[in-house]
Write a protein that binds this ligand. Structure first.
Ligand code: MN
Length: 728
């Protein structure tokens, strides 16, 4: 590779459009340069250049892309925390939180990158597969985006990677290949996703150079030799078409479609054909205003040159699955060589450039992947748009990646990436690794520390599953109230395990669970048969077995009981005392909080009526219907105030008794579980005898399922012997 001339900070600044070179932007960038220069002083890169050339090159690329001053400054500083004694605190003092945040993000990605490289080297040592599967690479790309918190961090990372790839020749061939593979699998596709085509092409070409050096050289040489001839050929056809369109009065933008080395290589591989056949096919693209113009242009192209049979595709009439629209045709050009022509409108062009590329979706992808694609497409359009707009704030807001937080990216102790939905626990992790690991899981360490099995994993967590030889899943794991599992994979595996158990055993367990639930809710009077019928089981054994192997959990039982309760509400008041009838308390009086209110006798307003308040002398507010004759005939209207019907209290008080071995913090633990469920505690009494605490609480609950959830959670706490509904 030819030696690049040394960069200076003024080269970087020159890439910033003149009207954006504000004093504050220049001051920031110059200060970042000074600090980076001092920090890296005296150090050289493997290539022998002064180290500062690397951050300068990254900043140059970022400026060229039209990024904001913070990002350019962070590009200059991106290696200081990792490689020098400048720390985040110093950066924060010098540049404030915006730049520091970006540098910190890049440093964190670097840590992940190192972890991946270690793992990759482990594979090489074991002589196992070198290349990652497409699915794994996809997870890694998503992880990079999700973990960066701000898409600008990824963009800085890409600039860093691109310059490293340009100067890779200094490394050992082994390291070069590894690095190139990673660039090819992860970073080039990321650039593609972000719509930074120029970087994508260069990253791909540079990767190929190290992954398949011979092919790279062959293609590069062949292109070099044919380039002038080829360009002339394409240009001639463009000129001819441009002239004809002008004569016809059709506005259109015509351009050649250059092919880069990697895409030629890829196509040669895929089609198994030699270079000439790929390269000699030249392509031009015509973008115009309307669909009708597309077809007119097609007619003109076909009248200028002979169409090649069966090479015409109308993707306007029948768009591709990913929404792609265009007219494709191929003609025999003036020089007898094939010319491919794509014709589309500007709108179709946008979809083609920013839309969802179908090869990005792997087969497992569901709705979540679709959402991810949409977000990415949106971000991509923003990066593009950044070139045209100067509204920096809007741009920066849009770069935040909080909305990518629907997955967590965790690691095995060996550094293998495990990608899970957000909210996943060590049990989900264990079942993802292997069903047996899941079944035998007894505990877990995260980042070296023991954690409880309902811990929610975070991106970057390293998870070690502890197993026992003869372990078995717990039925508690299936109870959604306890939050042990998030993934349906884990749920299905656990159910499968129980289903394989002896039927008698399952029936026995199921009966116990139903009984326990009824007792807990103080509803033993409901027969198991009645509940079984609600679940549409004719035979009680089948119902018990279903509960036993986890197809039906105690939450669902509680909900069904709530259903029975609603059905029988009129005759049997299962919940005592009965819900209070709507009273005057249900009325909220706006602006006069605390005033006594009563309903007017003259018009007897009912909930749902349009109402208004009348401020009496000394007797608070009287609520009238708005159409009450007394109100309509009223003289002093300044006594009227706006009121509306408040929501009727929807909760029902329920008495609950909890018994436990008394210990420190018991009460606060219980009350926080209850309030986490959104339940209000109306009253509480505690009685302690010989170390046994008995708590009597009145809880204001919305429904039975909510009560069941709270009681189940309480009962799971250590030292608590029983938590159940209490009927004296
Ligand atoms: Mn770097």
């Amino acid at each position: 590779m030819t030696k690049q001339p040394l960069l200076s900070i003024s080269d970087v600044i020159e890439r910033i459009p003149a009207h954006r070179r504000t004093n504050s932007a220049l001051a920031l960038i110059n200060r970042a340069y000074t600090i980076a220069e001092q920090a890296h002083a005296g150090k050289n890169r493997d290539s022998g250049e002064p180290f500062i050339q690397h951050p300068l090159a990254a900043a140059f690329l970022l400026a060229d892309l039209g990024m904001d001053p913070d990002t350019i400054a962070a590009g200059l500083l991106h290696d200081v925390v990792e490689d020098t004694d400048v720390d985040l605190e110093k950066l924060d003092r010098e540049f404030g939180s915006h730049v520091t945040y970006l540098v910190d993000g890049v440093t964190k990605l670097k840590e992940i990158e190192d972890q991946l490289q270690e793992e990759q080297q482990g594979r090489v040592a074991q002589k196992s597969v070198k290349s990652r599967s497409e699915q794994e690479a996809e997870s890694l790309r998503k992880m990079f985006i999700a973990m960066s918190e701000d898409i600008r961090v990824v963009i800085i990372k890409l600039a860093d990677r691109l310059h490293n790839m340009r100067t890779l020749s200094a490394l050992s061939p082994e390291r070069q290949r590894e690095y190139a593979h990673e660039t090819h699998d992860i970073f080039a596709p990321l650039a593609n996703r972000l719509g930074i085509w120029q970087w994508k092409w260069e990253l791909e070409d540079l990767s190929l150079r190290y992954i398949a050096p011979n092919a790279y050289t062959d293609i590069a040489t062949a292109i070099e030799e044919r380039l002038p001839e080829r360009e002339r050929g394409v240009q001639q056809h463009i000129d001819i078409l441009r002239r004809r369109l002008k004569e016809e009065g059709i506005e259109a933008d015509i351009s050649g479609r250059p092919k880069h080395i990697y895409s030629i290589y890829h196509k040669m591989q895929r089609k198994g054909v030699p270079f000439q056949q790929i390269y000699d096919i030249r392509g031009i693209r015509v973008i115009t205003n309307t669909e009708a113009d597309c077809y007119r242009i097609l007619g003109i192209v076909h009248s200028l040159w002979n169409p090649i049979p069966r090479e015409f595709d109308d993707y306007i009439a029948t768009p591709k699955d990913n929404g792609y629209q265009s007219l494709h045709t191929a003609v025999k050009g003036g020089d007898g060589k094939t010319l491919e022509v794509q014709i589309r409108t500007w709108e179709m062009h946008r979809t083609a450039e920013y839309g969802i590329a179908s090869h990005w979706r792997y087969k497992e992808g569901g709705r979540q992947d679709q959402e991810f694609e949409n977000k990415i497409a949106w971000i991509r359009s923003l990066v593009e748009w950044r070139k045209e707009t100067d509204d920096a704030n809007e741009f920066i807001d849009a770069m935040k990646t909080d909305f990518f937080r629907d997955r967590v990216y965790t690691f095995t102790p060996k550094g293998k990436l495990v990608d899970l939905p957000i909210g996943s626990t060590p049990i989900d992790f264990a079942y993802r690794i292997h069903t047996e690991i899941g079944n035998r899981c007894r505990g877990a360490r995260v980042n070296g520390k023991m954690i409880s099995l309902d811990y929610q994993l975070k991106s970057g967590d390293q998870v070690e599953i502890l197993t026992t030889r003869h372990g078995r899943p717990s039925r508690d794991w299936l109870n959604p109230a306890l939050g042990y599992i998030k993934t349906s994979r884990a749920r299905n595996k656990i159910r499968q395990w129980f289903r394989r158990q002896d039927r008698e055993q399952n029936i026995f367990q199921g009966r116990e669970i139903v009984e326990r639930e009824l007792k807990r809710l103080g509803m033993e009077q409901i027969g198991h048969e009645a509940i079984a019928r609600l679940f549409e089981y004719d035979r009680i054994e089948d119902f018990h077995a279903a509960v036993g192997f986890g197809d039906i959990n105690s939450q669902q039982i509680a909900s069904k009981i709530a259903e029975i309760r609603r059905q029988e509400e009129q005759e049997t008041q299962l919940l005592e005392p009965p819900p209070p009838t709507p009273t005057i308390e249900g009325i909220q009086v706006q602006g006069t909080g605390g005033l006594l209110t009563r309903l007017a006798r003259c018009c007897n307003p009912l909930p749902g009526n349009d109402i208004i308040g009348y401020v009496t002398r000394g007797r608070g507010v009287t609520i009238h219907r708005r159409d009450c004759p007394n109100i309509l005939n009223l003289q002093d209207s300044e006594r009227l105030i706006e009121v509306n019907w408040g929501t009727r209290p929807q909760t029902v008080p329920v008495a609950v008794r909890i018994t436990a071995y008394d210990r420190h913090g018991l009460l606060s633990e219980i009350s926080s579980i209850i309030s986490d469920e959104g339940i209000n505690i109306a009253s509480l009494q505690q009685k302690t005898e010989q170390n046994i605490a008995t708590l009597y609480l009145t809880l204001e609950i919305k429904d039975i399922a909510q009560l069941s959830r709270a009681l189940t959670k309480i009962e799971r706490r250590p030292n608590i012997t029983e938590a159940r509904r209490y009927t004296s």
